[in-house]
Ligand binder design. Sequence first.
Ligand code: 2HG
Ligand code: ZN
Length: 471
Amino acid sequence: MTISHIILDQLRAIVGPAGYLDQPADVAPFTVDHRQLYRGSTPLVMRPDSTAQVSAILKLCNEQRVGVVPVGGNTSYCGGATPDADGSQVVVSLSRLKKIRHVDPLNFALTAEAGCVLAEVQAAANAVDRLFPLSLGSEGSCQLGGNLSTNAGGTAVLRYGMMRDLVLGLEVVLPDGRILDGLQSLRKDNTGYDLDDLFLGAEGTLGIITAASCKLFSQPGSRVTAFVAVPEPQAAVNLLARLRSATSDAVVTFELVPRLALEFVLQHVPSTSDPLDQPYDWYVLMEINGGRRDHALRDAMEAELSLAMEQGEICNAAIAESEAQREALWRLRETIPEAQNRAGASIKHDISITTSDLPRFMHEGTRAVLAVCPNARMVTYGHLGDGNLHFNVSPPLGMQAGPFLALTETINRAVHDLVAQFGGSISAEHGIGKLKRDELKRYKSPVALDLMRTIKQAIDPNGIMNKGKVV
Ligand code: 2HG
Ligand code: ZN
């Protein structure tokens, strides 16, 4: 179903000449997702520069039953922002809504618009000696609106929570164009249903988030970053418990890295080197934050790691001595997705299980994958502190991408069935988008799915918002 020229002209008129793209070359980047899993089509990319324009766009699209796909930095892992191939949807890019509207260091809060790049929000907090803790590999290009709409996770969730936990209030344009103004920066507001929570993680299926009031934290006054070798995943789980207890929960980052992932990085990413003098099977990148007067943080951590070493919980450790060394250790973790990509095809899973069950899950999950694809190479890494692993699979050495990727469904089934047995989640932080919509139907309870559809129907009765995603 194509959109009529009259409607397209009316949409262009709402945003003016600087507010849309309609030439094929300009529109092209909006029709393919970050992982290049999907190719769509759209006659028009709208780039509104105010909430009022977003409201006018949605009002018109709702009246005319035109589908709308909102997009931020287009870094979704699940095709959450790619239009359908039939050209029946317009894309709404939030990239020109990029004002930091208000910063309030005494309330530890700031209000920013959806199109602000995550790094710009972090910088606005830094400028008043505060911390906006959401931190992801794509922070230089992903946008706050996308972070909110996908309830983004990343590498500081252990200490600060996911995006949902960092929100004080939202401004949302509903599918009929009405504006829900919930931008107050209150810590406590117990007045009925939490409406913000509906839109966080809804992936643009219930409306468009145009701005958010977010929590800020104090800047860490001291910090210890270490790359630690552990004999096995169970030791990493034990070490995390030890460090959380020793620091009263000051562990911000606790990321599991298998040897193969490190090898991919060393091989495919320039300016990287193994910080330890010999290879080990497993590593953890950890970071612990302390206050300004915690001069002894580093001594305390060294003492704790020595104790762990005596008890066989860790094999070796490199502690960053400078900011440059810290960045080098972080690079070993943050470039894993890129390195695994360069190493060839991969089948990705973004699962979560209770942290205590993770080692058993990893053992059984690896066995299940190998039963489908003998000699497959497991690249199981990620946010162990959150119980969230990227249970990724690379092909056996010598196997071509085609035959390997043909096993995707069978491998997904084996992994996700096991996740369900463990009471876990098939999408811990990447969301659903197009990619996992059928998986969601399979694994989410019928009652939960029914409630989700009821909410969708109530808020977007004409089904214009991001059709084909999530529900
Ligand atoms: C990460 O933790 C991202 O690096 C990407 O969530 C995970 O590529 C992946 O599977
Ligand atoms: Zn991740």
